[in-house]
Design a protein around this ligand. Structure first.
Ligand SMILES: [Ca+2]
Ligand SMILES: [Ca+2]
Length: 222
């Protein structure tokens, strides 16, 4: 995936964040002073909801925690303290009734990067891709890129998880067109498997192949 424009934006934001960090760090020296944020999710799919808590524990670190059937679990993930900490998005990326959590990792001027967590029956763990690396999915992109994800119901039940990563062919063009990739995954036991990679070639943003709708991944009833 090429996204030179995004990287540049992120870098500038990073510099700004670094400059403002000096002022913020003393407040973060006592992590207890950073208020936690919470949401609810059915992590194990038993019909009972669990409270999920996110708390900043350092300038670029957060801890996500929950208690499932009486057992506490937590995991540290990267965070971006240049913006207020957000509770994870509660999703069900494969439609099996067990929640996955979409967690914000970094926030740029136009683009937000997320990773995903699942509950493996004992612990919260990162959702990994075909390459066994933690999923990183982007949303936004401004005019220069079109980035996002959605879930699509599958025949016979369940959902596929789809990501879109495309760049503007010419940011000065009217109408704008984008080229890149739509990737269709299935998720099992916290691991994504690529089912299809659909090339996107010079399509207007209204083309369904560029469609993204994060809300389509929401966990029903959570
Ligand atoms: Ca539950
Ligand atoms: Ca699920």
């Amino acid at each position: 995936m090429k996204h030179t424009g995004i990287i540049r934006t992120t870098t500038i934001t990073g510099v700004v964040a670094a400059l403002s960090l000096a002022a913020i760090v003393p407040a973060l020296a006592s992590p207890a002073s950073a208020d936690p944020v919470t949401t609810v999710a059915d992590l194990d799919g038993d019909g009972e909801i669990e409270t999920v808590t996110a708390q900043l524990t350092g300038p670029d670190d957060q801890v996500i925690s929950a208690t499932v059937q009486g057992t506490f679990t937590s995991i540290h993930l990267g965070a971006d303290n240049s913006v207020p900490l957000e509770a994870p998005r509660v999703t069900d990326l494969n439609g099996d009734g067990r929640a996955e959590l979409i967690v914000t990792q970094s926030v740029g001027a136009n683009t937000t990067f997320f990773t995903a967590l699942h509950y493996d029956g004992r612990n919260l763990a990162q959702v990994v891709g075909d390459d066994d690396k933690p999923l990183s999915v982007a949303e936004g992109g401004g005019i220069a890129a079109h980035l996002g994800y959605q879930c699509t119901p599958l025949d016979g039940g369940g959902r596929s998880f789809e990501t879109v990563a495309a760049e503007a062919d010419d940011v000065g063009a009217d109408p704008l067109t984008y080229s890149g990739t739509r990737t269709v995954y299935t998720l099992r036991d916290g691991a994504l498997t690529t089912q299809k990679t659909i090339p996107i070639t010079s399509r207007p943003v209204t083309d369904p192949v560029l469609g993204t709708d994060a809300a389509s991944c929401d966990q029903p009833g959570a």
